[in-house]
Design a protein. Sequence first.
Length: 362
Amino acid sequence: MLRPREAVRSLPSYHPPLAGRNGLRLDFNENTVGCSPRVLERLRQLGPEELACYPEREPVEARVAAFLGISPAELMLTNGVDEGIHLLCETYLESGDEALIVVPTYSMYRIYMMAAGAQVISVPAGKNFTFPAEELRSRITPRTRLIAIANPNNPTGTVATERQLLQIASAAPAAAVLVDEAYFEFCGQTLLPSHREFPNVFVARTFSKAYGMAGLRVGVLVGDSEQMRAVRRVGSPYNVNAVALACLPEALVDQEYIAQYVSEVQQSRTRLERVFEAAGIRFWPSHANFVLAGVGSTKEDSAAFVENMRRRGILVRDRSSDHGCEGCVRITLGPRQQADRLLTALHETLEELGIGQGASRS
Ligand SMILES: Cc1ncc(COP(=O)(O)O)c(C=O)c1O
């Protein structure tokens, strides 16, 4: 009888709740208004030839490299950061190797690591979800081959410092250290170009979040050029589709659009955090386009909150099943008018469910 590999049989399945997302979508950390109009214009111009031909990644990689101030040999465009994570697992992990993550964090690290047959070691975040630099370092062994760190982290919005990350990288020279900067634009802190000094460091970026192109599936993986040669060997030559490749240069050119969106989201984030503070609700100050908040102490509390918000047309994400997040929800921010809608609904939900001291409108 045909049987999947042992590592695959024991994999948990990950089903993001995408079905029936009717309402203001503050549940997946996407851009809530969409991509630059320049991208839409390029989409309208696509012709049959562009779709008939196999996509050529290299010319667009050269554009992205110039944008990042690195050479094309140091990067690879990927089918979202997800594929970048997958490729690193396939490139560096042998069955039985150790791979380290900090929990709570982005779910796909564990899944790809496990699929490669690695033993995943979860290091709990410190108090208030601070980056557990010392604890993580103490878990590095000669069998550690991959360490994945989201910076800022999802779902907590917390960050590790450059110093902490580089200390991890130098303590584990035989391990690939992935610093996933999916939320870079909202935070501004980057490890680039440290991959030149630390050839085991990889930095990932995405066009799914600030750039509003999650549906096109495109991300970037950056690393030492020698290492990237190995990673490229694992990937498909056609991993990023022609539509995404056609749109990406337009998205990059329109930095004004990104800056404006990011600035509005940051203002909305401050407003939401102030409301939580005034209401005496636990939250973790965020460096990303979302905020994690404790709306109770059980998963029933967070489920009731999510459902109450959904009835008011606002979708937010229950994070109760994440490590240390019982009773927590994660709320994505959008521009001002969406924040107005969010805060109105939040105020009503808090009042109806008797959470906190009642949120004041702001
Ligand atoms: C930390 C982190 N990395 C990667 C991703 C996925 O990015 P992409 O859409 O580029 O695959 C997400 C999406 O939620 C994320 O939170």
